[in-house]
Every structure is written in C-alpha cells, then in structure tokens.
Design a protein around this ligand. Structure first.
Ligand SMILES: Cc1ncc(COP(=O)(O)O)c(C=O)c1O
Length: 348
C-alpha cells in the first residue's frame, strides 16, 4: 500500500494516555565532588503527576482480571493526583468515576477531576484544611461493597507499584548503571517502591531513601497534622501494603516549612516549579548530596509540579496565615548551595 500522504516519521499519539511516561530528567546541580542531583520531572505526564502511571496500571490489571467490565464504575479515595489520573482514563475508556475526597485537596485537582467528568464525594462537609484519609477510604470501601463500584484501593493494590516499572526503565535508559541514590516521597509507597524494586534487581547497591512529612506515621514518631498534600500516612490511616521496609534504606522526615520553602526557593532561584512534596524530597536530597560519596548520582522523584499549589505553597497569604514562611530555610539553602557548588563553573 502507498504511504498515506500524511504518514508520520515517528508515532503520533491517538489518546491522551499515550503521552504517559518518558518524562525528562534535569540536572539541578553537580557538586564540587562530582555528585549529581537529578530531578525526574514527573509533572510532564498528562495530569501533571507521576500518579497517572499507576492509575492506568490499576485499570489495566482490573480489566485483565475481569474485575472491571465495559461501562463499569470505578471509585477511589484520593488526595487529587490519583483521582485526576483515574478521571482522565475513565473519560477515555467510558467508565463512571467517583472520587472520594476531602477539603485538604487542592482546588485545582478537584476541578480537573470534574473537567474529566468525575463525580466528587466529600467526606467532610465544612471547607477547611481537614485531611481525612481514613474516612475517605472507609467511604470508598462501603460504596464499593454496597453499590457494586470497583474500588481501586491504591494503598493496597500491587498494580499501583507495578505502574512505576517504566520509571526504572527510563532511568536505566538515561543513566545506565550510574545511579547511586533514589529518593522520593512516600504516601502509598507505590512510586518509590515500585521504581526501587525494579532498579534494585539491576543495581543491588542502590540506596533507597523515602521522605514523609513530620506528623506522618510510616517511619515512626508521633502523628500530627501536616499540610503537604498527597504524601505521608496521617494518624488514623493504615500504612499501605506497598510501603516496603525491606527495600527502604532510610526513612526521613521533612517539615511543611522545609518542604514548602524549598519549593519556593527553587522556583525563584532556578525557575523550577515543584509541588510541596517534591520540595521536601529535594530538601533532603541536597542534604544527602553534601555527605554522599564523591561522584554519586542522586535521582529525585518529583511527583508533581507547583502549578497545582499556586493558591497554597506559592501564595504568601496562605503561607503567612499558617506561619509557614521561614527565611531561615532560604538562608540554609543559600549556604548549602554555595557549599555544594563552591568552585564549580556555572554552565551558561
Ligand atoms: C503530590 C504527591 N506527592 C507524593 C505522593 C506520594 O506518592 P505515592 O503514593 O506513590 O507514595 C503523592 C501521592 O498521591 C502525591 O500526590
């Protein structure tokens, strides 16, 4: 057959979900000891987050197992990013999707789910900051049991972790065996441990570092409220089955103040707009870069970008009302960046 006159030289996507993956890596800095800090920028996925990888995998596996039939109904408890992925895929595949949410979620994430046709079901009626993970899950489970929706159950669904195998492949393609540290936020654990499991098979000496908010309970310590969105295990919620302590070399804590001021700092100084959880992971990655053996390569999993947090993390009023602005963190980061890169030529 003759070539179509409009035939393309490389494949062209025909569905939005074809655009998932192959996200860019960006070198944030190389230290004076040759250690690199690289950002895996997952905000370049459709819906602006890594979580659409696992949303697709959860639906693929449910369809393959016959748990989800054409025209079916999907329900999930979500802080927003998983819900956005499920909402997009439900629109593509013709499913009904109900997102069980609370007022802690960013308004933009909630509106995006609705734009894709999702129904939102709030567990707490009063707008406020309330994070209600345990209540959300209980409601999603109840509706699934009583009304026959398919609950994707992201905290305990192996498909969540499986959805990140491709991240390991992409990192291997880009860096070969030259990765010494993988650091990421831990909520369900799917993204960090799904990537790490695959990578550790190829790189057994890889150091896997998880980061959760101060007040989250997966790595111990007392439970307390926190503002970082999507990440951590709040008091009262169960630690998900995907949080794999056998794969974890270190579990670190980061405060809202450290996380958010780091995100704000790098937006201003390096034009990188990171979400709040990624700000926290980067804060810990930079501290690690200071003490890592020379020539280390530290890969930071960035779950999402700052665009979703312009009303919160990047809003001075919201930050001030909660006492979250801390110029001392800026000073600390200035000193750290200076120390890490002293004598290293800045590339044009
Ligand atoms: C912004 C953000 N950061 C971090 C995480 C944690 O990712 P995971 O659930 O894969 O541990 C999430 C999960 O929803 C998230 O939305």
């Amino acid at each position: 057959m003759d070539r179509h006159p409009l035939q393309n030289l490389s494949p062209i996507a025909t569905r939005t979900s074809d655009l998932i993956g192959h996200t860019p890596l960006m070198e944030l800095l190389t230290t004076r000891f040759g250690t690199r800090v690289l950002l895996k920028l997952e905000q370049f996925n459709p819906t602006g987050t890594a979580k659409i990888r696992m949303a697709r995998q959860m639906l693929d596996e449910a369809e393959a197992q016959g748990l989800l039939k054409p025209g079916g109904w999907v329900i999930e408890s979500t802080s927003g990013n998983t819900g956005m992925g499920l909402a997009l895929l439900a629109a593509e595949r013709g499913y009904r999707f109900t997102a069980v949410v609370d007022h802690h979620a960013s308004k933009d994430k909630l509106r995006a789910m609705q734009a894709f046709g999702a129904e939102l079901l709030y567990v707490n009626e009063e707008p406020g900051d309330g994070l209600a993970t345990a209540d959300r899950e209980a409601l999603a489970e109840r509706i699934a049991a009583e009304q026959g929706a398919y609950w994707t159950e992201q905290h305990n669904n192996p498909a969540n972790a499986n959805g990140y195998r491709a991240v390991a492949d992409e990192l291997e393609q880009a860096l070969g065996a030259d990765i010494t540290h993988l650091i990421g936020a831990v909520g369900t654990g799917g993204s960090l441990f799904g990537t790490a499991r695959e990578m550790k098979q190829r790189l057994p000496s890889l150091r896997v570092i998880g980061v959760e908010p101060v007040g989250s309970i997966a790595f111990g310590g007392p439970g307390a409220p926190y503002y970082q969105s999507g990440t951590g295990t709040p008091e009262g919620a169960e630690i998900g089955e995907l949080v794999d302590f056998c794969l974890l070399d270190e579990g670190l804590k980061v405060s809202d103040t450290q996380a958010f001021n780091t995100a704000r700092y790098f937006a201003r100084t390096r034009a990188v707009l990171l979400g709040g959880s990624a700000g926290g992971v980067l804060y810990q990655a930079l501290k690690r870069a200071e003490v890592a053996p020379p020539l280390s390569t530290i890969v930071v999993l960035v779950c999402d970008g700052g665009e979703k947090y312009l009303d919160t993390v990047f809003n001075d009023e919201w930050m001030n009302e909660r006492g979250l602005i801390d110029p001392a963190i800026d000073g600390e980061l200035d000193a750290l960046m200076e120390q890490l890169t002293a004598g290293v030529a800045v590339r044009a």
